[in-house]
Structure formats: structure tokens, C-alpha cells
Write a protein that binds this ligand. Structure first.
Ligand code: UTP
Length: 318
């Protein structure tokens, strides 16, 4: 863990829970306006969130997670090259009519369900000035209430009987009040890619966060890092409005959550589930292979392809 001094004004026992803490979390922001440079050149004109994960777009996994977590109201913060996301969640009159006319009722129902599963609103972030700047664009929709945030690149798969990861965070918010972030323990070599926290464990994978830093440079031990799920207090908005660019020249959400510590409680939850970083080629490929191996139709295709070495110029069967 990198050494960090506690956030100004931090007092672990006394941070009060604000009045608006009692309302249920029903809204979820999806910031999708990032440039996706790690996935270039695909992302030059294609939204990485629309790349297929087996048979549906990456972003649909996050949207289902939000709905299953009790958040049917979804606000996407979009940007250039992201129009296909709007089209995907809109109804497709011509296609639906054609499928009905051709008696392809199963397919019609599948397609129709996509546009009726959630209330999706869109707001543009005209310049990709950072995750914090994107979240600030959600203020008119979430003013005065706690809200969820899903970074859809991070796809979480939970076993049957385990709540979706956003629901795990909402559960902690309901019990303890305040802001909650998803945590994963990462080795020192990976810590510099994430926001890293300093905390006191309060039991059962829940941590009271004392401090946090975005993309620390010198980490020598395993660290608890923030992954792409949050329940945020609306008190974050005035802090974001004053935030200046920091790491990477971007307005960082981590900086504003750090400022919240001390005036309101901020918790971290070590989520239960598997995470795939679909914002990188390697993570996206790993997710496709892992999910295909769990599909009875696709499993033999993956196994045969690997065994035969199909696709290489000089096939070397394993
Ligand atoms: P990332 O850090 O993954 O950035 O953003 P990115 O631009 O998407 O991808 P790379 O790093 O260039 O490859 C984390 C989340 O914040 C959103 C992204 O869309 C992603 O969901 N984001 C980031 C915005 O909405 N706006 C921004 O200005 C920056």
C-alpha cells in the first residue's frame, strides 16, 4: 500500500449521514464518453461498449445489472462515436414489424425487450475531460438523491444466488448510509492503473475508507483498488464542480470522493463475483472465452479451435 496522509478533516467515527440518505437508490449513471484509446483503432469510430460479449453488447450486461439492482432509470453520459448505444436501446420499428410479419415471434420478443427493459436518458459530455467531469453532467437527473454509477467496461459476473455487484453496494448503503465503492485486492504491479484506498476493515468485506489516491506511482504491497461500481452521495456534485484536472490531465472522480471523506461516510465493499475489464483487448477476449466456455453450444467450438490451432499459419495442436 502506498503511504497516504488521511484526508483533511477525517474522523472515522463522527462523519454524519445526511438527511437524503433514506430514499431508495433507483437511478444509475453510465459514463460512456471516454475515448477508449486502449482499444484503438477499433474505437476510432465504434463504441467499445457495443462490442459483442458472446451474443450481446458489453454495455447490456451493465444495464441488466442496474435493473436487477433496483435501478430502472438509467442516464448515459455519451460522446462522439457513441450514437449506436442510443440506437441499441431505442425501439426498432422497421425490424420489429418485419420480424412480426415473418412470424419470427421469438426474435421479435427478444428485440422488443431491449427497448422496453429500462428508461434510458442521454446527456452529452462534449469534451472527454475525465470521469469526474462526466459524472458532473448527471447532476440535473440525480440532484438531492443517492445514485448508482456503472462503468460498463467492467463486466461483473456473479454466481446464481449472489446479488449483482451494484446491489451489493446498495445493500451496504442501505445498512450504513453514505457513499460506497466496489473494491478488489490487486498486486502492486497493477495498483497504478486504479484508484487505491486506505481503510479500516469493519467486517465481512466492508471497509471504512480513510483516504484514496488515483493511480499511485509507488505501491509496494497488495492494495485495495476501486473498480467500476459506486453508490454516490449527491454532495459529490458541488465538489466535482470545483475539481481541477489532476492525474492524466483529467478531472478525477477519486479526488472528489476523497474530499467527501470526513464530512460524510465513505465505505468500500470487496465485491463477490468475477470481473472482466472489457476496456482492453485482452480483457475483452478473456471475457468472451470465459463466457463461451460456460455455454453448451459454444464450449466445443472454443475447445476444438484451441486444440486444432485453427487460424495460425502453422497449426500446432495442443
Ligand atoms: P477510462 O479510464 O477507461 O477511459 O474511463 P476511456 O477513455 O474509456 O478508455 P482509455 O483509457 O482511453 O482506453 C472510465 C470510464 O469513464 C468514462 C469512460 O467511458 C469509461 O466508462 N469516461 C472517461 C467518460 O465518460 N468521460 C471521460 O471524459 C472519461
Amino acid at each position: 500500500m502506498t503511504s497516504m496522509s488521511p484526508a483533511p478533516g477525517f474522523s472515522s467515527a463522527s462523519a454524519p449521514v445526511p438527511d437524503y440518505a433514506c430514499a431508495r437508490v433507483t437511478k444509475c449513471l453510465f459514463p460512456v464518453a471516454g475515448l477508449g484509446t486502449r482499444f484503438l483503432p477499433v474505437t476510432k469510430e465504434i463504441a467499445k461498449e457495443m462490442l459483442p460479449l458472446v451474443n450481446r453488447p458489453v454495455i447490456s450486461y451493465g444495464v441488466e445489472e442496474a435493473i436487477e439492482s433496483g435501478c430502472p432509470d438509467i442516464i448515459m453520459i455519451t460522446g462522439r462515436t457513441k450514437r449506436s448505444i442510443e440506437d441499441y436501446f431505442d425501439s426498432s420499428f422497421e425490424l420489429e414489424t418485419l420480424l412480426k410479419t415473418r412470424q419470427k415471434i421469438d426474435l421479435y420478443e427478444k428485440i422488443h425487450k431491449i427497448s422496453s427493459m429500462a428508461n434510458v436518458l442521454y446527456v452529452r459530455q462534449s469534451e472527454p475531460l475525465g470521469l469526474g467531469h462526466a459524472i458532473a453532467k448527471g447532476e440535473p437527473f440525480c440532484r438531492g438523491e443517492y445514485f448508482g454509477v456503472i462503468l460498463p467496461d467492467d463486466v461483473f459476473i456473479t454466481e446464481d444466488g449472489v446479488q449483482p455487484v451494484l446491489a451489493q453496494l446498495i445493500d451496504t448503503h442501505d445498512k450504513l448510509g453514505g457513499t460506497v465503492v466496489a473494491l478488489e485486492r490487486v498486486p502492486p504491479s497493477e495498483a497504478s492503473r486504479y484508484g487505491v484506498i486506505q481503510s479500516e476493515a469493519v467486517g465481512d468485506g466492508v471497509h471504512r475508507i480513510i483516504d484514496m489516491v488515483e493511480k499511485p506511482s509507488a505501491v509496494t504491497e497488495d492494495a485495495l483498488a476501486i473498480m467500476g461500481r459506486y453508490v454516490l452521495s449527491p454532495s459529490i456534485f458541488p465538489l466535482l464542480a470545483r475539481e481541477r484536472p489532476s492525474v492524466g490531465g483529467e478531472i478525477q472522480l477519486t479526488d472528489s470522493i476523497r474530499r467527501l471523506i470526513g464530512s460524510e461516510p465513505v465505505w468500500g465493499v470487496e465485491y463477490k463475483g468475477r470481473r472482466f475489464d472489457c476496456g482492453t483487448q485482452k480483457g475483452w477476449l478473456a471475457a468472451n472465452v470465459a463466457l463461451a466456455l460456460e455455454d453448451a453450444d459454444l464450449l466445443p467450438v472454443v475447445v476444438d479451435t484451441v486444440k486444432k490451432g485453427v487460424g495460425s499459419k502453422d497449426p500446432k495442436p495442443l
